[in-house]
Design a protein around this ligand. Sequence first.
Ligand SMILES: Cc1ncc(COP(=O)(O)O)c(C=O)c1O
Length: 448
Amino acid sequence: MENRPDWTDEQWYAEDLTSVAGVERLRFFPQVVASASGAILTTPEGREVIDLSASWTATGIGHAHPDVVAAAERALRAAPGGSVLSGTHPDAVLLARALCERVQVVAPVGERRAYLGHAGTDANDVALRAARHVTGRPGIVAFEGGYHGGLGASQSVSGIHISGGAPADPDLTLIPYPDLYRPWQGSADTLLADTLAQVEEALAGGRLAAVIVEPIQSDGGVLVPPEGFLAGLRDATSRHGTLLIVDEVKVGLGRTGHFLAHHAQGVVPDLVTLGKALGNGLPISALVGSAAALDEPAASALMTTIGNPVSCAAALAVLELLDDGALAAAAARLGETATDLLEAHAASDAPGAAWIGQVRGRGLSLGIELVVPGTQKPADDIAAKTAFAGWRGGVVAYPVRGNIIEITPPLTITPEQLRTGLDRLMAALDAAVEGAVSDADLAPFSGW
Ligand SMILES: Cc1ncc(COP(=O)(O)O)c(C=O)c1O
């Protein structure tokens, strides 16, 4: 710290723009954070901001959680080696065992394997290729609005279009994710039946290796699917010898009130991917599946620092902290508090109230859909301006799918911090509606 330049927040941000590559920026406001603790971010100038994003859920149990810091420090000092590539170490073995025990997949425990990776992107990439390898088929079904990664195969099966990114996979079939706010087929029941019929049609050709799905579609708008959606996918894939890959990278690990979000729908997938919160800020991801899918071909998914001791130790600490279910229970409870507060704002006579079309989600995976009052027309501009005004007002929350403000704070946020953060966010919405953010303010921040 001592040798760092004594720059203002603005100077640090300006320096970032001239040194960090644009291809990895997804910016909504000029955020600079020098340190963080729990749900509080501190800028270089010392301004404190409430984090309602948890860095897109990556710091799921709170910034600088003491147990995770202690585990990572211990592993860093012991430094037993770089990875699991050409040797192993106890933290990696214990983590892989812990994942195989905790993440239920069709294969029984002794026949399960855990791939340890760096990010959700590579975990999904390896899941897709494992499914193709084990079935000998090329086809993949994914969902419009889905997001599975920012590079390679994971990006090419993502339904969210990223300009300049990987082209769509030639063997991909995209199906609309059931959206209960805008059902294209009357009721929830007919919506579900129609979605499953489209999946069935894709499966009928016998060419499908896998269906990959998010249990709650997050970047696609925080869509909670109708009851029976995952069970329907499980049933259909099983009948056709196709694998079901459940992507828990964003909503897994306690956030929805369950250890994994798909537990709410009682299904057992073939492959499950984890990331983000697994390392609580350190880069690590995992894929759990059968030995048949993940042991072969040997040495075919390699990165030099996979399974590195520091990330593994952090992840093990995260899993242990989740074990007694208290954090998941807190997420469920706090999610209800947040929903009540947001719905109360929507019902008030505040300037922004009429722009709230719906508040939805599970636990601490929530979305506020902003629409032009009296319509369901997406209010992307107001969402972008709300996020921008939020940063100015001391809260971080990002828009997804343009007009939905996503709320995914650390599971350890206190009720008071949550209340204050949401108050600031609703004040930002009111300010945005009243014109406090100009188009010129927003111009440098293209977001997605
Ligand atoms: C559901 C889901 N899967 C995969 C990913 C990719 O994870 P990462 O950005 O860590 O590569 C993301 C990232 O947002 C995600 O939301």
